[in-house]
Ligand binder design. Structure first.
Ligand code: GSH
Length: 202
């Protein structure tokens, strides 16, 4: 059976949403980021980065959440959570990579600086990350005008990844008021029943 390592509050949530949507059975091995089990020899043999999530599917051991999402949708989706043409596939990579490369790092840094600060949050760090978000969010805001999904007219794994990542600044109190389409999309994707189902594993 497919195994997923990682807690529902980690990027493993995206993987579990994908597995649930595809109707796949899986074993969930709950682990907290940076916890002792993630640094054990057994876990490091699966994922030498010591990070979450990791997927095991038969002989395949895979880490990096987007690689896992793409693999699951391509292998088991039969069209679900994936796109239908090469051009749409390129579009899916474009938006997933854009979010990953331009927005995910400042989004996480902001969350860590605000929610997981050791002592008083560092305003300089917060401002620097907010500035990066403000540089790259307008492009996504224009793209999402009148759209429910990131790519084409259907839910794809890119939505699970993108909405999860861009919810982090929200949790950190980032002012999203200039990006209503992004907020609507995050809330739509994070409000899907499958997300609630996965969160019940918490
Ligand atoms: N790019 C990696 C990032 C993995 C990652 O940072 N995972 C977090 C949990 S969501 C983690 O395990 N952090 C522990 C650490 O940074 O040591 C992915 O998308 O899988």
């Amino acid at each position: 059976m497919i195994k997923v390592y990682g807690g529902v509050y980690s990027r493993a949530c995206m993987v579990m949403c994908t597995l649930e949507t595809l109707g796949l059975e899986y074993e969930h091995i709950a682990m907290m980021p940076r916890s002792e089990p993630t640094q054990s020899a057994d876990y490091l043999a699966l994922n030498p980065t010591g990070k979450l999530p990791t997927l095991v599917d038969g002989d395949l051991v895979l880490w990096e959440s987007q690689a896992i999402l793409f693999y699951l949708a391509r292998k088991y989706g039969a069209g679900l959570l994936w796109v239908d043409t090469l051009e749409q596939e390129a579009d899916l990579y474009r938006w997933s990579l854009y979010i990953s490369n331009q927005l995910e790092v400042p989004a996480l840094a902001l969350l860590l600086a605000v929610k997981y600060a050791q002592g008083e949050p560092d305003q300089q760090v917060i401002d620097a990350q907010a500035l990066l978000l403000k540089r790259f969010l307008p492009t996504l805001e224009s793209h999402l005008q009148g759209k429910d999904y990131l790519v084409g007219d259907k839910l794809t794994v890119a939505d699970f990844h993108g909405a999860a990542v861009l919810a982090w600044p929200k949790m950190a109190g980032f002012d999203y008021s200039a990006y209503p389409a992004v907020v609507r999309w995050i809330e739509h994707i994070q409000g899907l029943p499958v997300q609630q189902k996965v969160m019940q594993r918490a």
